[in-house]
Design a binder for this molecule. Structure first.
Ligand code: KIV
Length: 283
């Protein structure tokens, strides 16, 4: 293998091998500079279709397109070096049949250079997962609360509150595992169900709002950074960027209106010519 093609990135084998070990650290990322800041700390970066809501201001992930996922996937690949990068397949890009899923997954992988895709895997999607894995596309499953199903569910609701719902989530997790998913996101379920899934499937489970019983954790990064006023119960806010951004913008506005910005330090001036008539470039 030539030097150019060697990579220091984590591989699907590294992620799969973490089952039952030190919890996998995963976060969502959507742009290059943020990916660069998150990369040294994370095993896996997910270019989630949550980008539709937290970056583009959409009411749900349903409106997210292939083009959006590819553009953000490219940015995250440029910004990161060592994390395993997964790009979400958006609503409408894989459900029709296995061929549709493969064409779109292959396009995402070719155009972004990411290492895997994620599918919100209702039991039916096992066909798509198996088809992709057989053809060289690593797939991460996603069970429990599936945000792309918001219109069927009538909102973003935690899953597994009834026995029937519990059984369905467990069935979906087994289906994704059997189809060859290398890991499964488990979203919005109670601890005992997360623990049962984690015990029963052989691949790592990555929890979001699914307790510490999973093999790893993921959060939507702007939630963890405190960009929004409201965050779900399961989020821990590690920073308060929303108020910090707002205060910075307010201070800038006051300085501009009060004519104290830009000041001397932020202004270029033409250097005086020296004895030879030359102007030294400004530092
Ligand atoms: O789109 C996303 O950010 C996700 C996470 C919630 C796992 O799927």
């Amino acid at each position: 293998m030539s030097k150019q093609t060697r990579t220091a990135r984590k591989t699907v084998k590294d992620i799969a091998a973490a089952k039952g070990g030190t919890p996998l650290v995963c976060l969502t990322a959507y742009d290059a500079p943020t990916a660069a800041l998150l990369d040294p700390h994370c095993d896996l970066l997910l270019v989630g279709d949550s980008v539709g809501m937290v970056v583009h201001g959409l009411p749900s992930t349903v409106g997210v397109t292939m083009e959006m996922m590819i553009l953000h996937g490219q940015a995250v690949m440029r910004g990161s070096e060592q994390a395993f990068v997964v790009v979400d397949m958006p609503f409408g890009s894989y459900e029709t049949n296995a061929d549709q899923a493969f064409l779109n997954a292959a396009r995402i992988m070719k155009e972004t250079g990411c290492q895997a895709v994620k599918i919100e895997s209702g039991a039916y999607a096992a066909t798509q997962i198996a088809h992709l894995v057989e053809r060289g596309v690593p797939v991460m499953g996603h069970v429990g609360l599936r945000p792309q199903a918001v219109n069927v569910d009538g909102g973003f609701r935690a899953k597994g509150r009834s026995q029937a719902e519990r059984d369905l989530v467990l069935k979906e997790a087994h289906a994704a595992e059997r189809a060859g998913a290398f890991a499964i996101v488990v979203e919005g379920v109670a601890e005992d169900l997360a623990a049962e899934i984690t015990r029963e499937v052989s691949c790592p489970t990555i929890g979001i709002g699914a307790s510490a019983a999973c093999d790893g954790q993921i959060l939507v990064t702007p939630d963890l950074l405190g960009v929004f006023e409201w965050t779900p119960k399961f989020v821990r806010r590690y920073a308060d960027l929303g108020p910090a951004i707002s205060e910075a913008a307010a201070a800038y506005a006051a300085d501009v209106r009060g004519r104290s910005f830009p000041g001397k330090a932020e202004t270029y001036s033409i250097a005086k010519p020296d004895s030879k008539g030359l102007r030294k470039p400004e530092p």
